[in-house]
Design a protein around this ligand. Structure first.
Ligand SMILES: Cc1ncc(C[n+]2csc(CCOP(=O)(O)OP(=O)(O)O)c2C)c(N)n1
Ligand code: SF4
Length: 322
C-alpha cells in the first residue's frame, strides 16, 4: 500500500493547523517609487495578518484612489479599489453585509480628509468594525503634487506655486471632536516597530479603529514631518500601560510623554497644541458598542411588547376586511 508523505498525512489529520506565513499575503509586486513609505506599511499589514493568522479569504482591503489606494493589488486578500473619497462607505457596506470579514480601509490624506471628509466624520460616528488607515504624506501624490488639506502653510505645490494659503487641517483634533469616536492612534512609516505595534492594537479593537500614518513621500513631499522623522524635536511618543509599547531604541526619534488613552480632554489638548506630532494611542473607548452590535441586537431580540405588536400586525393582515 502507498504511504502518504508525512506533511500530507498531518494536514489530513488536522487541516486547520497549517501556519500562514508572509508569503500567503503577497499580492502583485508593488509599483510604488523607491523609498516610498507605503512599502513599509504594506509589510507591516502583511506581518499583522500573519501574526493574527488571518485567512486571506476572510480579509477585505478597500481603498479609494491615490498612490496609497493601490494597496489592494499588493496584498493577497479580497480587494476593492474604489472611488476617490469613497473607501469608507464601501467598507461600511462590506462590514455590515458580512461581519465575519476583517475589513482594512486604506486612504490617502486627499482621499479621506478632502473629497471623503463627509464620509470620514460619519464613519467615525457609526463606529462600524473597521481598521481604517490614512497614509498621510501631506500632498496629492498620484496626481503629482497638488496641495492637500494637511499640506503645511506656505508649502509650494503645483496648485499653490506661491505657497499654500491656508493653515492645514488638523485631522487628530477634528476626530477627537466627533461624537462616538472609539479608537484613534498615530504612527509613522520610518518607525516600523511602532507602526506594527499600533496596527496590532487597532486590529484587536472592536469598532472603528482609526490610524493616521505619517507617510514619507520622497518624491513630492520629502520635507514633510522633519524630512521623514529626521528632526526628533517634532515628534513625541505617548506611553501608558493601556497604550502602545515603546521600544527604548525609539527614543532618538522623539520625546516621551505619559498619556492615558481613556482621557479624552487631554488627548484633545495634545492634538491641538501641534508643537510636536503625538505618536501612539491618543484615545480608546473599548466600551462603545459598534454599529453592527446595536443593529443586530435590535433586530435579533425584540422586546415582548415589540413581539406582540409585530404579531398583531401580522394577524391584522389576515383579518377579513370590513
Ligand atoms: C472624483 C475624483 N476627483 C479627483 C480625482 C483625481 N485624483 C486621483 S487621486 C487624487 C489625489 C490623491 O492624493 P491622496 O489622496 O493624498 O493620495 P496619495 O496619492 O498621496 O497616496 C486625485 C485628486 C479622481 N480620481 N476622482
Ligand atoms: S509619489 Fe510619493 S506616495 Fe506616490 S508612490 Fe511615489 S513616493 Fe509613494
Amino acid at each position: 500500500m502507498d504511504q502518504l508523505p508525512i506533511d500530507e498525512f498531518l494536514t489530513d489529520l488536522c487541516p486547520f493547523e497549517k501556519q500562514l506565513d508572509l508569503d500567503d499575503y503577497l499580492g502583485e509586486a508593488p509599483r510604488w517609487c523607491q523609498g516610498c513609505g507605503d512599502l513599509g506599511i504594506l509589510t507591516a499589514v502583511q506581518k499583522l495578518l500573519r501574526d493574527n493568522q488571518a485567512e486571506p479569504t476572510e480579509v477585505v482591503c478597500v481603498s479609494g484612489i491615490g498612490c496609497s489606494s493601490r494597496f489592494p493589488y499588493y496584498l493577497k486578500a479580497f480587494g476593492f479599489h474604489g472611488i476617490h473619497g469613497r473607501a469608507l462607505p464601501i467598507s461600511t457596506g462590506v462590514a455590515l453585509a458580512n461581519p465575519k470579514l476583517k475589513v482594512l480601509t486604506v486612504m490617502g490624506d486627499g482621499d479621506c480628509f478632502s473629497i471623503g471628509a463627509g464620509h470620514w466624520v460619519h464613519a467615525i460616528r457609526y463606529n462600524v468594525n473597521l481598521l481604517a488607515m490614512v497614509l498621510d504624506n501631506e500632498i496629492y501624490g498620484l496626481t503629482r503634487e497638488q496641495t492637500s488639506p494637511t499640506t503645511p502653510l506656505g508649502t509650494r505645490t503645483r496648485t499653490t506655486p506661491k505657497g499654500a494659503f491656508l493653515p492645514p487641517l488638523n485631522p487628530l483634533q477634528l476626530m477627537l471632536g466627533v461624537s462616538n469616536l472609539s479608537f484613534l492612534a498615530q504612527t509613522a512609516t520610518w518607525l516600523p516597530q511602532h507602526l506594527l505595534a499600533t496596527l496590532q492594537q487597532a486590529y484587536r479593537h472592536q469598532g472603528l479603529a482609526f490610524v493616521r500614518i505619517l507617510q514619507h513621500c520622497p518624491v513630492f513631499s520629502p520635507q514633510a514631518f522633519g524630512e521623514g522623522g529626521k528632526d526628533a524635536e517634532l515628534m513625541e511618543f505617548l506611553y501608558h500601560v493601556q497604550g502602545i509599547a515603546i521600544d527604548p531604541a525609539l527614543e532618538r526619534f522623539g520625546g516621551r510623554r505619559e498619556h492615558d488613552p481613556a482621557d479624552l480632554a487631554t488627548a484633545q489638548r495634545l492634538a491641538s497644541e501641534r508643537e510636536r506630532e503625538p505618536l501612539g494611542l491618543l484615545y480608546q473607548n473599548p466600551d462603545l458598542p459598534s454599529y453592527e452590535t446595536i443593529r443586530h441586537a435590535a433586530l435579533a431580540h425584540p422586546s415582548p411588547a415589540e413581539k406582540l405588536t409585530l404579531l398583531n400586525r401580522r394577524l391584522d393582515r389576515l383579518a377579513p376586511e370590513g
